[in-house]
Design a protein around this ligand. Structure first.
Ligand code: DUC
Ligand code: ZN
Ligand code: ZN
Length: 477
């Protein structure tokens, strides 16, 4: 019997802290050696000229989420995780959503039925709390956190999901008590409703007005409010999908005060702008880019880079939330053509996240390759209770690895994608740097764009409490 099942030989190993020429030895799905030269393996993969990095962990994706009567998502677990591994990811964390009035536990059980046996990569679940009733906060949520669902998301907008300030405070307080990390969607419900109704009354219904209806001030105000509530309850929070300078500055201000406020940004906030929503002459094609918060402008891209470079942002996630463009279920469906308000809200991106950050960050000289690994993998593992199992290349970690060709030039195109959607919002974007192999716990699941893995290769991850969720220390109320 060989010492290793697999040796990845001759590559450059990149972690969040180091870049080194080393071989990686794998046995039983785990890394057991990182050394100058390893032999004695059942299989040797030649990684000469390639970067050997921890597989991407995308801690913000939406798969098979209930549609509330609207169009269904373009990805369930099978196609969504197929797309994830094609893009160099080995773990995703989608959301088990509690519909109002439903039990949280039942929502989780139902979501497992969507996922189990279908996933090409490993997965955990965040929870979405839409109905923080006394039984949810008193019993269900603490029990689920204990069971490995150690983070949840709350919304400050959307009819079906919005929590009022009192509810936010109750949820934050509960998170503090059970050690969970709260992710917050920061956009103000009333301001958006006000704007949307005004715009519609003026006949401004094209997709572009989606962006006009939720400007940065709406995001800034909600971000500040969430931070204030987090300060009051002394609970760390993660502000997700931050789109530009105004919310970024609120977060930086809070961090400089010593509050544990973390932040995530996404490819759409460095690669798309609100002008993309104009489509051709303000027609419906702009619907392809409708997501929330909306993409902003080039000055906002600069602000996001400032936040990435200075450490305001810890994670770079896709917020993959795929809908079709064409057809009855798509962004062009008849109801969606009547107003931006009804355009399915979200864009695909799990397969292109790494390439976009590598191009715009590493190739264009804004971040180091080590920062790239931190932003796409290591920090996700640390923040969401998966470390030291996932997120690095060192003895003891799962052998979740992406082999990256730093010289490969590609143009992002729908025909390269493995997702269920019928378009990519990044069509035509030229990048240098591409994932050429994905290894999940020692198994090669993607090579040169070909999917070699199978549904069911991925397993559910019970996550630990996040060390990032530990409060600053004020006595509990
Ligand atoms: N928030 C998300 O995180 N994803 C899609 C839509 C939204 O509002
Ligand atoms: Zn959101
Ligand atoms: Zn999202």
């Amino acid at each position: 019997m060989s010492e290793y099942d697999l040796v990845i030989r001759g590559g450059t190993v990149v972690t969040a802290s180091d870049t080194l020429r080393a071989d990686v030895g794998i046995r039983d799905g785990r890394i057991i050696a990182v050394a100058e030269k390893l032999d004695d393996a059942d299989r040797i993969i030649d990684a000469t000229g390639l970067l050997v990095m921890p597989g991407g962990i995308d801690s913000h994706v939406h798969l098979a989420q209930p549609a509330f009567g609207g169009p269904a998502m373009a990805d369930g677990f099978e196609s969504g995780t197929r797309s994830a591994i094609a893009g160099g990811n080995t773990t995703v964390i989608p959301f088990a959503l509690q519909p109002r009035g439903a039990s949280l536990r039942t929502s989780v059980v139902d979501y497992h039925k969507e996922a189990d046996g279908k996933s090409y990569c490993d997965y955990g679940f965040h929870l979405i709390i839409s109905d923080p009733s006394p039984s949810v906060l008193g019993q269900e949520l603490p029990a689920l956190v204990d069971d490995g669902y150690s983070s949840f998301k709350v919304f400050m907008t959307y009819d079906d999901l919005v929590l009022n300030d009192r509810q936010l405070l109750e949820v934050f307080d509960c998170a503090r008590g059970c050690g969970a990390l709260v992710m917050v969607h920061c956009e103000g419900y009333d301001a958006i409703r006000f704007m949307a109704e005004r715009l519609e009354a003026a006949g401004k219904t094209a997709p572009y007005y989606h962006a006009v209806s939720r400007p940065q001030s709406v995001e800034r105000e909600a971000t500040h409010r969430a931070i204030s509530h987090a300060e009051l309850t002394d609970v760390p929070i993660m502000v997700v999908h931050v789109s530009g300078r105004e919310p970024m500055e609120q977060i930086r201000w809070a961090q400089q005060k010593g509050l544990k406020i973390y932040a995530e940004t996404c490819p759409q906030y460095v690669a798309l702008t609100a002008d993309d929503l104009k489509g051709l002459n303000m027609d419906e094609s702009g619907g392809k880019y409708v997501c929330s918060p909306p993409p902003r402008d080039h000055a906002s891209w600069d602000a996001i880079w400032e936040g990435i470079r200075t450490g305001v942002f810890q994670t770079f996630s896709s917020d993959h939330c795929p809908f079709f463009y064409e057809g009855e279920m798509g962004k062009l469906n008849p109801k969606a053509r009547t107003s931006f308000r009804w355009v399915p809200n979200g864009i695909p991106g799990v397969e292109t996240r790494l390439q976009i950050l590598y191009q715009k960050g590493v190739v264009e000289g804004r971040i180091t390759v080590n920062e790239f690994v931190a932003l796409t993998s290591t920090n996700h593992a640390k923040i969401y209770g998966l470390y030291p199992k996932k997120g690095s290349i060192a003895p003891g970690f799962d052998a979740d690895i992406v082999l990256w060709d730093p010289n490969r030039k590609e143009t992002i195109r729908q025909e390269l994608m493995h997702h269920g959607a019928d378009y990519t919002p990044y069509e035509g974007l030229e990048v240098t740097g591409w994932p050429v192999m994905t290894v999940l716990r020692g198994k090669v699941v993607m090579q040169d764009g070909e999917i070699l893995g199978e549904p069911g290769d991925g397993g559910f991850l019970k996550r630990s409490l996040s060390p990032y969720a530990v409060p600053n220390g004020a006595p509990a109320l």
